[in-house]
Design a protein around this ligand. Sequence first.
Ligand code: AMP
Ligand code: MN
Ligand code: MN
Ligand code: MN
Length: 282
Amino acid sequence: MVPHDLNVDLHMHSSASDGVLSPAALVARGRDHGVDLMAITDHDTLDGLSEAEDAARDLGVSFTNGVEISVTWGGTTLHLVGLGFDREHPDLAGALAQMQTSRFKRAQDMDAALVRAGLPSVLESALSHAGNPNLIGRTHFARALVEAGVCHGMQEVFDRFLTPGKPGYVAHDWASLPDAMRWIQDAGGTPVLAHPARYRLSDTAHWALMQEYMALGGSAIEVSTGSHTQEDTRRYQRLSVELGLEASRGSDFHCPKESRCDVGRAPPLPDGTLPVWAGWAV
Ligand code: AMP
Ligand code: MN
Ligand code: MN
Ligand code: MN
């Protein structure tokens, strides 16, 4: 089959980070939705990958390792997906373990900031949603605040409390872009700049990011993702062709009740783009 005709989903989250389905349940959902090739890309952890790979083997779905690394670039948080790496590589696993030590402290700071803003403390509840305290994040707080009746939905929590400038947002130093790129590349993987339309950057900063990304060996960006509008997808189709960057496709699925886009249901890659998986054995 030509690469464009495969149903490929290279971005989704399991309960190992801020998704709600187990890695095996995600793979089963991919199989049910006719996915030919999938990657699970949990935030800053490889914990779900071995379960997913076993399930993929049992269910006959092609699977590749994935991760979504949090990066701080010029004061903005970016997400860098890594695909097809060796998950046993000690540097990648070690670097992610280092990053995880700071998430719990950040959660305590977020809780304190929310309490200062007059909200009840939801740290315990957020921790119970997270499972692993080292992987707690804003999504777990959002679920806890909806459950506590503070907000009606996840989007409202982010808009009112958890985005930059809002009372529960705690700035954080994630990995640097060169480090995150190197961890993925040294483990034999392919970096992919996740949902590029989501970053609030000036045109100049956006251009500088693309130049730096390519100088560091970045050769792929997400074009079709559940985190892009149709207009975003068209814009990054043009950019990928203009800059000669390969294109990736992923749902960014987290939860059946929350996510706009289900596993395997991101829009197809637009014509003219070169799929990042074109050279892979699927
Ligand atoms: P964290 O890594 O803890 O900062 O959490 C980032 C995660 O929060 C993202 O991967 C999304 O799952 C979620 N998120 C961020 N912004 C929003 C938003 N505006 N609406 C819904 N979810 C969001
Ligand atoms: Mn997430
Ligand atoms: Mn992301
Ligand atoms: Mn994601």
